[in-house]
Ligand binder design. Structure first.
Ligand code: FO1
Length: 309
């Protein structure tokens, strides 16, 4: 059974780790958000691709939620001592990956090829495809001004309320190699429990990808990132409140209008009425407390889509 999963952030990575416990990793294609990417100290950093790489290869720092385990910070300490750019914390081991990625990009390779080489070297089993090789970047419009994603998220601690989100470069962007084929060859398409505005929407902002989902002939299942109307981590709930008018499953579903067949929600969010625009709602425990819980969630989502017996 082929599964294509749209993902970004730590929730997405943990969900895919569970998915790999129920589906042959060779049959899974991850379509990853790249609109959080940034250049720091001359290095190209792809936080969402790296979150996936590190989580699936056992290298992630589970507690911090980003970067690598057993990390040291010698390079960054030196940068800070020299008055360099140190607001975005790159660990020594992490920097090794950015050095290689940046060199490959400078040699003229597209991000997809650089990602494939790094993923292969780290022993990643499923295919990890950047949604696009083009520079799509998320910008947040706030009362304090418009900021690139990581400036808003890390430097400003995502405290500014968000009035609008833009995906610069998306009108010209095309899907990365293999992305449309993966969507067209999938038996089920999944949208991971990631932030709809800053993880999934930038993927769907690539017209070719959205079109592939619109004309799908297989079920599309999204897992809500909210539990009891709140984000497990990060600003998804505040964004939904301000941009969609609430944090109910219906508000989450509205982010994926026309694209969803099944919505998986937590028991604490069980609605009293059917959700508009969603064929079926699956109510289960969605908190991924450990790998086993993530596996159960992935299995429930696949059962719900009718693609797992
Ligand atoms: N998040 C932070 O809150 N502070 C950081 O300094 C930081 C550094 C960082 C370095 C590499 C990387 O891959 C991720 C990093 N993140 C950091 C996480 C990142 O900003 C976000 O979690 C994702 O972009 C959201 O999906």
């Amino acid at each position: 059974m082929n599964v294509a999963v749209l993902s970004g952030g730590v929730g997405g990575s943990r969900f895919v780790r569970g998915l790999l416990g129920v589906v042959d990793p060779a049959d899974v294609t991850i379509i990853g958000n790249v609109a959080d990417d940034l250049e720091v100290l001359g290095l190209h950093v792809s936080p969402d691709l790296d979150s996936m790489l590190y989580t699936l290869t056992g290298l992630a720092d589970e507690e911090r939620g980003w970067g690598r385990a057993d990390e040291t910070w010698n390079a960054l300490d030196t940068v800070a001592t020299l008055g360099g750019e140190s607001w975005f914390r790159l660990g020594d081991r992490d920097i090794g990956v950015h050095l290689v990625r940046t060199q490959l990009l400078r040699e003229g390779l597209p991000l997809s090829e650089a990602t494939e080489r790094i993923a292969h070297a780290l022993g990643l089993q499923p295919a990890l495809l950047p949604a696009t090789d083009d520079p799509v970047r998320t910008f947040l419009e706030t009362p304090a001004g418009t900021f690139p994603f990581q400036t808003w998220f890390v430097a400003r601690g995502h405290r500014d309320e968000v009035d609008a989100v833009h995906y610069a470069g998306s009108p010209e962007a095309t899907a990365g190699p293999g992305v449309i084929a993966a969507l067209e060859g999938a038996d089920v398409i999944m949208i991971a429990p990631s932030n709809p505005y800053v993880s999934i929407a930038p993927i769907l902002a690539v017209e070719e990808i959205r079109d592939a989902l619109v004309r799908r002939t297989v079920p599309c299942v999204a897992i809500s990132p909210l539990i009891d109307g709140r984000a497990v981590k990060g600003p998804a709930d505040r964004m939904l409140t301000r941009l969609a008018g609430g944090t109910s499953p219906a508000h989450v579903a509205a982010c994926y209008e026309g694209l969803l067949d099944v919505l998986v929600i937590d028991e604490s969010d069980a609605p009293s009425e059917p959700i508009r625009g969603v064929g079926r709602t699956i109510v289960t425990q969605t908190l991924m407390t450990d790998v086993a819980a993530a596996r159960r969630l992935a299995a429930a989502a696949l059962h719900g889509s009718g693609t797992l017996a």
